[in-house]
Ligand binder design. Sequence first.
Ligand code: LLP
Length: 428
Amino acid sequence: MAGPASDQVASVDAPGSGAADGLPWHVWPLGSRLNEAGRIEVGGCDLVELAREFGTPAYVYAEDDIRTRARAFLDAFRARRERFEVVYASKAFPCTAAYELLAAEGLSCDVASGGELHLALRGGFDPSRIYMHGNNKSEAEIAYAVESGVGHIVADSFDELERLERIAPGQRILLRVTPGIKPSTHSYIQTGQIDSKFGFSVEEVPRAIESIRNLELRGLHAHIGSQIFELEPYEKLVEVLARLGDYPLLNLGGGLGIAYTREDEPPSIDEYVDTLVRGAPEHVTVLCEPGRALVGNAGVTIYSVGTVKEIPGVRTYVAVDGGMSDNLRPMLYGSRYEAEIASRPGGADVCTIAGMHCESGDILVRDVGLDSPRPGDILAIPATGAYGHAMANNYNAVPRPPVIFCKDGDARVVVRRETYEDLTRRDV
Ligand code: LLP
């Protein structure tokens, strides 16, 4: 089909049903389609049937989508150079089954806390291929990393360098650099600018390097932000880091954006990787740390519609059984999404999808076209695979949804739904 999906992932194409139905398929998991019953299918599974079997809300992933994108990253590098590593930024979807899948695909792993390290090890990542991040790692987290044999710790500050010398002598490290680059994205997820809590400024790097006594400095790291559609900031980043010295590893962070709405056209994985490697000398191992670009479009969230409230001349609220507890992004960043009724996709009745939480701001999607929504409908919001499950919470004591992996028509629960009992499990 034409459109972003075909260049999003070089070798794969989106849905069988083609673009004739007018649905923005490039936002949906690869392989999604309308089945014979006219319902949306993800990973070969009918979303209405999944809702019936596993309940709602639920995070539904097309396993093959994640694999395909992982392979697209690896292939894009392989086609261009010998030395590279693709590092899964696991904060995007810290789920044991995802760690397992991406370890099996041959990726390395980025963890940003002791908890993510625990999950990465459980998921089978070789500790030597783990990179540990964080602007304020505790002594206990550093000790855990050392005991586990974590390959590289990314040092973030002078205080931390001192701590590493003490707790992790001989440890291989990277230095996190704040390169002074500000891509256009939401300010909360810009990280490369001077005014940042992360890393060493370019001016501080020589002093940081000089201070190192008993650590093995293997290279530099920078992450300029997230959900980025421009490639120029990455070109600039390679230049800035190259000027700071010649090291075996050059880690350029993550940040490649994805399509959330029909208008979004992010660069392809291939174009992105091309930009990263172009300015890097051949003897250097180039690393990148995609999170969202690996898992974001692989996941959709399914909900049940409970009430439809029409305020004549004002707005129609379609309320679902989840909201800011399973997807904080609209509330936090004003993020926009598409939405469809799984059994009657398309439609032009302009509606606002409201969550069930006790806040007027708990709106998942504003002004989206649906086909006369009614109680009992299954509503699906695509592109919720990254930072959805990851940032889920128990606001209003709402149990968190399960994670369901779908492949070739088979569905398996990889994280079960939370229960009311779970909500009291930590009480003392
Ligand atoms: N590497 C480092 C050091 C990072 O801090 C991050 C994301 C990544 C890689 C992966 O970035 P990605 O490829 O996923 O853009 N909660 C926000 C996103 C926060 C990203 C934090 N760091 C959101 O929902 O948009």
